[in-house]
Design a binder for this molecule. Structure first.
Ligand code: 5GP
Length: 186
């Protein structure tokens, strides 16, 4: 079986983080890439687990050194995927990147064989509710995230797969089966 590079994208609050965390906790053959970001850690986030929280000057130095497979700016902060981590892990396991649609497209250009998976909400209203109840962003941040929703979802057609997260168990099963099938590809 081959190891695959997968990109999981979807609007903020859609549940992609929950799906990816569970996938990596339950499967030894899949590991999540840990991105670098210049944003402040949220409550409960740990350096090296959710992200590597680095300064803007370090981020810029690493851009110059070509250390990011892709990077982008969101809400005034930078996010990037360290290329060295991905290459090393792919030798032994499949790697999943949880990144936005712009990053996904860049990753596809750099790694044409990578698989783009979109996690979509059953409805915009459902997603709004989830985002507000998560209670980890200010009202302004929530507005920013909501205004990006439509764009993220409009990119679904350029993705290889779309999983609708209506029921978490069903979405998780879909994701697992998709990976198994991709790993079996000739
Ligand atoms: P958050 O601040 O909510 O953790 O993430 C904000 C956005 O940044 C999300 O849409 C997330 O998918 C995206 N993101 C996280 N890591 C990366 C990365 O390495 N590259 C890119 N392009 N986007 C990322």
């Amino acid at each position: 079986m081959r190891n695959v590079l997968m990109v999981v994208s979807g609007p903020s609050g859609v549940g992609k983080g929950t799906l990816v965390k569970r996938l990596c906790a339950e499967r030894e053959d899949v590991v999540e890439s840990v991105s670098c970001t210049t944003r402040e850690p949220r409550k409960g986030e740990i350096h090296g687990r959710e992200y590597y929280f680095i300064s803007m000057s370090e981020f810029q130095r690493r851009i110059k050194e070509g250390d990011f497979l892709e990077y982008d700016e969101h809400f005034g902060n930078f996010y990037g995927t360290p290329i060295s981590f991905v290459r090393e892990q792919l030798k032994t396991r499949s790697v999943v990147l949880e990144i936005d649609v712009v990053g996904g497209k860049i990753a596809k250009e750099a790694f044409p064989e990578c698989i783009l998976i979109m996690i979509a909400p059953p409805s915009l209203e459902a997603l709004k509710g989830r985002l507000i109840s998560r209670n980890s962003e200010t009202a302004e941040e929530i507005e920013n995230r909501l205004s990006r929703l439509e764009y993220e979802l409009s990119q679904a057609s350029s993705y290889d797969y779309v999983i609708v997260n209506d029921d978490l168990e069903t979405a998780y099963r879909d994701l697992n089966e998709l990976i198994d099938a991709e790993k079996l590809k000739a």
